[in-house]
Structures are given as structure tokens and as C-alpha cells.
Design a protein around this ligand. Sequence first.
Ligand code: PLP
Length: 456
Amino acid sequence: MPRSMHDYNPETDALADKIVAYARARTRLDPIPLDTARTAEELAADCGPTITAEGIGGDKALDLFEHVLAPACLSVDFTRYLSFVPAAPTEAAVLFDLVVGAMSTYGGSWLEGSGAVYAENEALRWLSDLAGLPAEAGGVFVPGGTIGNLSAMVGARKAAVQRCLDEGRPEPDKWAFIVSKTAHSSIPSAAEVMGVDVIAIDTDARRRLTGDGVQAALEEHGDRVCGVVATAGSTNLGVIDDLASVGEVCRERDVWFHVDAAYGGAGLAAPEVRPQFDGIEHADSLIIDPHKWLFAPFDCCALIWRNPDQGRAAHAQHAGYLEFLEAYGDWNPSDFAIHLTRRVRGLPFWFSLATYGTDAYGAAVQSTIDLAHEAVRQIEAAPHLRMVWEPGLSIVVFERIGWDAAQYQARTEKMMHEQTAFVVPSRHDGEPVYRFCFVNPRTTSDEIALIIRELE
Ligand SMILES: *Cc1c(COP(=O)(O)O)cnc(C)c1O
């Protein structure tokens, strides 16, 4: 008799204790180490064969994971991990992710996941209300901003195609989106997948897409444009486009207005920076990644449609065996993006919001904005450093005076190998710079001071 994989027996129970204890210990870990990337050869040498005909057993697999594989994964929640956009999931969100895994809920339809989908919708509603979208707005949690942007852009094109049909006009040879030159790389990537053009226009002196710029591009490219993509929190600098003027031009010209707030959207919860988002309430579609700055575990992006029917028109899949679902409520999350089967990935975020309350979220986001202010103070006081850009959100970009790109690179590697910090160089107007992105409320001003000393 082969060992059954689906029996919950005393052996399973013993393994459960070990796994839960390990997960708990990782959650409780303080301080969290950065850890290091290793080569496949090194890992193979330390692991030996892991997939075998007989199985190596849960104890051995867990032991390998804990002692060899996990230390070869960088901890994005390490408090001096300030590169890219880190993550700092709350305790409740991390723990509840275990429950989501234990349940295997199918999150594609209301019939199969109503309780979980209801809770996800509560979390989406909070975000939608922060943005000032109407009560009927709604959507779905998708894996990330890339899929969210692609799904929204497909919706924009669908609406434009439908309008051509309704008005008896021919479609243009090739549709296009107006975006700013600082838009995230996922936007041109989505356009490539869709086979549409990107019209990348210049920003103003503050690096913002503006209504005037969009107006001029619309005059030039006219009926070819099926949407405008604005960014609320650019990834490199944290700049928020002039959403009010861009939104107004889109309304006047009846063009789809998509807002990519993957990183920056969390700022909606912080009164100090909320005014920078004015105009976001006019979005036809909006994405925010709670896995970035809203303390949810990977992977979790909120995609919100002003009019969910437009999401459905673009994405609902039709098949004989799916018809049964339609009798049980019309809110099927699979209808709102490019996917069918889905994990209820918004649940850890919902559980954490329910546990701590939205005030705690506003305060936590503000605490990371305060860290950015503190970093600016320390950088301005450091003779070897110079600020490059006045931060609008929680991203701080600065120069190490007198260093070339190789010196930036070398110091980054030294700090990484010594486990002091994970701060990779970026570029600003072609010049090497350092960039701190604060999303972890556990980071301290002493840690900022430590990194600044390391850059001497
Ligand atoms: C991170 C980011 C994305 C992509 O999101 P993923 O979740 O990594 O796919 C898109 N736009 C902006 C502005 C981002 O910062």
C-alpha cells in the first residue's frame, strides 16, 4: 500500500505541528535577517535530490527548506530592505494567509466563494471609497499591478470598440494609449500583449502628466486613442500625475481614464498626502497593490472598475459548464480580469483591516512617510550626500557626491554581503543615484543613520 497523500493521520498531525511552529517562528522572528541569493549549483550541492520516486518525507523536506532554501530568499520585510518596493505584511495578514491556504476556496464565482468574496469586496470597498469612486464601483483582487493594468487597458479598448460599433464608425488601424514617459514598465508591456501603441508624452517640470499634455496628444492622435494611463506614485520617484487636469480632459473628450496607483495608492489613507490624489475620483479604472504599501502578503492587487459592467464586458468567459453559476448571483470575480480560477488573495488583507481597523492603516502609512521626512533631514545634514528630488510620498532619491556607477554598485554589494542593508542604485536623468522606498513601519531612524554612515 503506498502511503496515502490524503489521509490525515498521526504522521500528518506531527508534520502539521512542525509546519505551523515554523510559520509561527518566522512570523515572530526579530530581527528578520536579509539573507542571500545563492547559485543553483550551490543549492543543489546542499540539498541533494528533492524530488524522488519514493518521496523524501515531510520532515526532511521541511528541514531542507528551513536550513537551505529559505535562507537563500531575500526577506523583503527586513527593516533595511529599502530597494524596489519592499513589503511589510501585518502579523494578522501573514497568519491569515495560512487559513487561505488551508481552505482551498475557489474565488472565481459567487456560488463557490460567496463568504470569501463578500469579505474581499468589503476590502475593495474601503479602497474604492478612499478614492471617492461611486457606490457601484467594484472589481477583484488580481496577482499584481501588471495583470491589473493589462486587464484595465483591455477594458478601455473594449469600451472604445463598442463605441465604434454603436456609432457605426470603423475602428482605427491600431488603437493607442496615451501615457507619460515615466509610466511603469508594465504599461508598455501590456500594450505589447494587446498589440496596441503607446504614445509616451513628456511630463511637466515636476515630472507629472498634465491635462495640457494629454489634450495636445489627443489633438494629434484623435480617434486612435482608447485610453489615458496616469500614474499615482511613480515607482522611481513617487510622483503623482496631475490627476485632476488629466481626468478633466478625459471626461471632456470622453476617453477612458485609468489610474495606476500600484505603489502610491496607499497614500490615499494618509491625510498629509491625500490632496495630491485629487481627481482620482474620476478614474474609469484604478489599481492599487496592497502587497506593496498596504501591508498585505504577496500577491494582491486591487483592480477597481468605476462601472463593473465594463469589466465584465471585457473579461467574462462564456462556456456551457459556467452557465450554472449565473443563477447564483451575478458577482463572479473571474468576470473582472484576465483569469478564471483564482485564490481568494484579498482575504489576508481583509482580515488584517478587520482586525486592526482603518485608522491603524492610515497611521502606519503616515509613519513611513515620516521616515521619508527623517531620511531627507539626515541626507541634508550629511556632507557626502545630496538630495536629488523632493519626495512626495515615501520614496527618497539622493546622490552620493563624487561616486561613479561602479562605486555605487560596489557599495551596494558590500552592504548586501555584510547584511547591513539592501539599497540598490537607481538612475535619475541618466545619473546613478540611491533610492530609499519606505513601506515598513518597523524601520527606525537609527537604521537610516546606519545606512548613511555606510555610504561615507
Ligand atoms: C509595482 C508597480 C506596477 C507593477 O505591479 P506588480 O504588482 O509588480 O505587477 C505597476 N505600476 C506601478 C506604478 C508600480 O509601482
